[in-house]
Design a protein. Structure first.
Lengths: 336, 336
DNA sequence: CTGAAAGCGCTTACAG
DNA sequence: CTGAAAGCGCTTACAG
């Protein structure tokens, strides 16, 4: 492998000059530049990223920390992150935490010693101490969904509460009169906020009861189990709002197994807008977040921060959108 | 950030000694070792990975090149790769190629200059020249599914031909008498081999016709379109073998939209065994590859190669397994 | 506009 | 068992 020294020798200049044309900074005479570029061509020279990183204090690497890449929501986010990163010349390192605090700690340490230029957190276990530590280590940070309390940091998130209310209004509008909720883990901001949105939207109704709420761990299995319990407990339920699409998918499957027509007898709506909502028959109505946009925006913000743009430590809230499809009444023919 | 120098000073030894205890190589007196470890503790010292990489010629980084992380098959693979890598102290860099040769070339260059310790290719566009180049650059390589012709390299793959035949046999066993095939891109090994397996299994039947084969691009959309065409062209089809699960999922959706009972009138089977095959009702029968195992095995082999273990450039073939579930006849109650 | 030199934070023979 | 020193391949003030 050719080094910058070889190029310098061949072009009969100093390594400093080669470095200048390489990075396009500092003045360099046009002819000199051409000589250097020819040498680079000839030697097929490619700069060593590590040496560059060590000398220049930049690695052009981003760490993406998420619970599980095989969860379709996060793989869509990851795709967006990598696309944008690639556009700006950054490389993405993948970290699966399984929402396990220990694993997350390990990764934070590992990424710190790798001197990643920035971190993107889409995991729920980030604590205030971690944020502080990263600040101290001078590693820019963008958090998805949830900021630890009392520490300033950049957050990109969706309007969960509003989305939940949108879901309930849609179910009411399409004739539902007894609406249950399958909720996600209450340690997560998304799980909690959507549950609160549901409660706020329905608690004034005479039919409201806490027994209309059932946890589903944000998973397909959890959604199936929750739907089964709910229908057993309240056979007159005619609408279900699931806190994410995975649980809604599980609920749909269970309802179909039980022979309960969707949306004929029970309307069903999820939250997130992952691609999978389109693979079932009927297609799943959902409150869609702009998943790709969230990942892309977060990455752009992170890169800006890395490149020294002063950003307020604010929260970027993304709009959510009702996708009325086959699984809610009046939309059986929609989305085809 | 403390450096190795700070540690050396505090422990009153040389940096060489610190390096030795850090890497646990070379002799070092027990008491000295303890002194050093205490200093490390005190200073909260963490070695700089880049400096280590530059000096030691190792980055402990693996590049994972795949078409698209948001494809569930690849996100399952990625999860396995990262798990194993993490276990051995390696970090994984993500590269989405969209099966685009240009993007792939770019990534190969970028990863080369980053001096990744090894590459895992799960993309179909790898060419013989690339393999040779990586060999020359001394970057160990493991390929998933497909090896370019005429160049030695390590390949991990599944028994596609055999799997296709297993699928056809299952359809025949459960009473199908006219079986169609939705096939994947013929530039891919998987797409091609499964199509060949299908042809070999059915061509001796009197009902066989080339018009029973329809391309579906390995996608849900493609699967839907293909299923529609097939049923229009041959309304008497009573079994469909799709070359992957995504296309099978698309076919299932289309059949349900058309009001064609599955498996009542048409039995359906996919290939891959992704998790999504369980979310539909009926669940999808499929020829399962051990996806996680494939990713894990490939990563272990790659790490062995990196660590200097001599490996034959052979092909590791994984077994496939018939998962008979609700979408094929006689299994309507299976898998619940 | 260009070069010499120091330095980034490690590892690794080589002496001792 | 331990240290001095060279070197990994770059960048970046500092002179000129």
């Amino acid at each position: 492998m050719a080094t910058i020294r070889d190029v310098a020798k061949l072009a009969a200049v100093s390594v400093a000059t080669v470095s200048r044309v390489l990075n396009n900074n500092g003045y360099v005479n046009k002819e000199t530049k051409e000589k250097v570029q020819q040498a680079i061509q000839l030697l097929q020279y490619e700069p060593n990223t590590m040496a560059k990183g060590l000398a220049g204090k930049k690695t052009e690497t981003l760490a993406l920390v998420l619970p599980d890449i095989s969860n379709p929501f996060f793989s869509e986010v990851a795709r967006a992150v990598e696309d944008v990163a690639q556009l700006y010349g950054y490389t993405v390192v993948l970290c699966n935490t399984d929402s396990d605090t220990d694993k997350e700690q390990t990764y934070i340490q590992v990424m710190k010693r790798r001197y990643v230029d920035g971190m993107l957190f889409a995991s729920n276990t980030l604590r205030a101490a971690d944020v502080l530590m990263l600040n101290k280590a001078n590693i820019p940070l963008v958090v998805l969904d949830r900021a630890p309390a009392n520490v300033p940091c950049l957050v990109v998130r969706s309007k969960n509460n509003e989305g939940a209310k949108l879901a309930i209004r849609h179910l009411l509008d399409t004739g539902c009169r007894r609406i249950a909720h399958i909720y996600g883990p209450q340690e997560t901001a998304t799980g909690k906020e959507r549950l609160i949105g549901y409660e706020e939207a329905v608690r004034s109704f005479p039919w409201y009861s806490p027994t209309l709420m059932e946890p589903g761990q944000f998973s397909i299995q959890g959604g199936m189990a929750a739907a089964e319990k709910l229908m057993e407990r309240h056979p007159d339920i005619d609408g279900i709002f699931a806190g994410n699409d995975l649980m809604a998918l599980g609920a749909l499957k269970k309802l179909q197994q039980l022979g309960i027509p969707v949306p004929g007898r029970v309307s069903l709506i999820g939250f997130d807008g992952i691609e999978l909502t389109r693979i079932t028959e009927p297609e799943l109505s959902t409150i869609a977040q702009p998943i790709y946009e969230i990942g892309a925006t977060a990455t752009r913000l992170l890169i800006k921060k890395i490149e020294g743009v002063q950003l307020e430590n604010e929260t970027y809230e993304c709009e959510v959108e009702l996708m009325a499809r086959g699984s809610t009444r009046g939309n059986a023919e929609a989305g085809r």
